[in-house]
Design a protein. Structure first.
Lengths: 271, 352
């Protein structure tokens, strides 16, 4: 367990600052349940990192720790540090809403705002966070294009977000998170409810996004992890809290992992 | 794979509903019921059984006998099913009778006293038992609408805010707020009236529409707050998470995501609140009292409302005064109906 107070002051002073997202000795609890233990990982800028592992190993908990969504769960606790461009996002002076503005999130279940139109959904982040943007039309078009929804949605921007199909809704949610121009995008199994066509579109979107920003994606789909990610982190729980088994380049994880448990998992022997 | 898929169904196929009862059996059932009804009329005419209740009891007994005999040959399960059907239908009809009787009486008696001038004149130059072609209840209608409007303006924001506190903020006072709201909903309406009388009316030394509105607001708030809480609870947690993940603060998320999602439900909360207070008489007698002159100023002395108008003219007891009171009841019913319809039309309009 890392003592936050003693390390945070020295960590920010260390030159050079790591560009991207980084966790140091991160733990998570739900009340008494120790869900995640001692995760130290680095997510460099302009890369895609896949978080893989069997159900219940703490991947989703970990990803929610990265933009302070974990704290919304009653009884939740954490330890360790999460650094974004060298700044601890859990430091007392940091505003959680500002953190979430820079570190966006796409959820497992598509959740467009039902009371808003497609256009309003895309612009919702800008309104919600009081951002000043002039060219709303351009933002709608570019975000929907990047999310692969523009062609299908451009003639019905005034329709409700709920009128789209499941896959389209998820792409709308991605467009919505892109509109606030996050530096990091966290995706918690974004394709688990989608058909193969929509999945492919979203994977293409992820690759395009990685040319500019940092992407972290939780996935249960090994093919997807190998297709989209540059790095993979394998999580596992063996009775106790979830922990990190191995993190490396995706190619190495899938061809020549150093831990036999990783090899078993990626070859589909358990999980 | 040699099977070919037929491109379009042949034109002769008609949509059918094989699961619904056939027309023939419906006609048979209803004609048997009709015969039972006629037989019951005969029984009432030629035996000691008398009156509408005698008819209903005879009809009920006959229906039971018919249900048993019709299903006797099929089996015990069908017999039980038919018996229960008769019993349940009768219970439903019985429960419907008082409702129908009240509405029927109000509509019949109220309509016979309704004149155009009822909606255009007040009672400033008319005595209560003047002919119905003189005077009206415009002042009471305006008074009721005025007081309910002010009460709604006071309670709707408060009710929604307390709902938001209970479901979104979930602060330390959650238990206390919920407890207060629940105990407020148990306050007798006369106590709400007395409370405003002792505080507001006594200090201003004057009855007024504002005092009436405050008393109504006390009664309306718990209904609005509890309904708003229930409705806000229905908003999926995902939507809040989505708002927060976009970097929104809690109040922005509540205001721009949560409330618009349940707009129609919050309209229902307002309707239920209005329905709760629009017919209240007791608290108004202590706060707004009544008058005979059309008045729009809410702080300018006593003001009439439909409930106090009805109450007052029934007390007078002469033929035309009572007729005015019945028409007032009908107008009150119609106003509630109109409010409900409007709110359903506009509040329930979702972008779909």
């Amino acid at each position: 367990m890392t003592d936050v107070s003693s390390t945070s002051s020295t960590a920010t002073a260390e030159p050079p600052v790591f560009a991207g997202l980084e966790t140091r000795g991160a733990h998570a609890w739900f009340s008494k349940h120790h869900a995640l233990a001692d995760i130290s990982l680095k997510f460099p800028v302009r890369t895609v990192t896949g978080l893989i592992g069997p159900s219940g190993c703490g991947k989703s908990t970990f990803i929610r720790l990265l933009n302070r969504m974990h704290e919304f769960i009653p009884g939740a606790a954490m330890a360790g540090e999460v650094l974004h461009n060298g700044q601890d996002i859990y430091a007392p002076s940091v505003d959680a809403a500002e953190v979430r503005l820079k570190i966006g999130m796409v959820f497992q279940k598509p959740n467009p705002f039902p009371a808003m139109t497609i256009r309003e959904n895309v612009l919702s982040g800008i309104k919600l966070a009081h951002l000043k943007r002039a060219n709303h039309d351009d933002i709608v078009e570019s975000c929907l294009t990047r999310a692969g929804l523009w062609k299908e949605a451009r003639d019905r921007l005034g329709a409700s977000g709920g009128s789209l199909s499941g896959g389209q809704q998820q792409r709308l949610c991605i467009a919505r998170s892109l509109a606030v121009e996050p530096e990091v995008l966290l995706m918690d199994e974004p394709c688990s409810a989608l058909d193969p066509g929509s999945t492919l579109r979203i994977e293409e979107t992820i690759k395009e996004l990685a040319e500019k920003i940092t992407v972290v994606i939780v996935t249960h789909n090994m093919q997807q992890a190998s297709r989209v990610s540059d790095f993979c982190a394998f999580f596992l729980t063996e009775g106790g809290p979830g922990h990190l088994v191995e993190a490396d380049a995706t190619r190495k994880i899938f061809t020549n992992p150093s831990d036999p448990r990783t090899a078993d998992y990626v070859q589909g022997k358990f999980g | 794979m040699t099977t070919t898929v037929t491109p379009t169904p042949p034109a002769s196929v008609e949509p059918q509903t094989p699961w619904s009862t056939s027309r023939a059996s419906r006609v048979r059932s209803s004609s048997i019921l009709l015969i039972a009804g006629v037989v019951a009329v005969v029984v009432v005419l030629f035996t000691g059984v008398a009156g509408i209740d005698g008819w209903a009891i005879t009809f009920f007994g006959l229906s039971l006998v018919i249900a048993v005999t019709r299903t006797a040959r099929i089996g015990p399960k069908e017999r039980k099913d038919a018996l229960m059907r008769v019993v349940i239908t009768s219970a439903a009809v019985t429960a419907f009778v008082p409702w129908l009787s009240i509405f029927g009486a109000v509509i019949l008696k109220g309509y016979s006293g309704a004149r155009v001038n009822y909606f255009t004149q007040d009672m400033r130059t008319t005595v209560p038992d003047d002919f119905l072609e003189f005077g009206g209840a415009l002042h009471a209608i305006v008074g009721s609408l005025l007081m309910v409007a002010i009460a709604t303006v006071i309670t709707l924001p408060l009710g929604i805010l307390s709902g938001i506190y209970l479901t979104e903020v979930r602060g330390r006072l959650t238990f206390l707020v919920r407890f207060v709201v629940q105990s407020m909903s148990g306050v007798p309406s006369i106590v709400a009236g007395l409370f405003i009388y002792a505080t507001y009316v006594y200090s201003t030394q004057s009855f007024s529409a504002l005092a009436g509105s405050l008393a109504l607001a006390v009664l309306m708030l718990p209904t609005v707050a509890r309904t708003a809480e229930e409705v806000l609870k229905l908003v999926p947690e995902d939507l809040r998470s989505a708002g927060y993940a976009l970097g929104a603060r809690q109040w922005r998320t509540a205001l721009m995501v949560v409330i618009p999602t349940v707009r129609s439900g919050l309209t229902t909360a307002a309707i239920l609140g209005i329905a709760r207070v629009i017919g209240e008489t007791a608290p108004l007698l202590l706060t707004s009292l009544s008058n005979t002159t059309l008045r729009f100023n809410p702080v300018d002395g006593p003001i009439a409302s439909l409930p106090t108008y009805i109450f007052g003219y029934l007390q007078i007891g002469t033929e035309f005064a009572i007729a005015r009171a019945w028409t007032g009841s009908l107008v009150l019913l119609v106003i509630v109906l109109i409010l409900f319809t409007l709110a359903r039309r506009f509040g329930g309009k979702d972008k779909r």
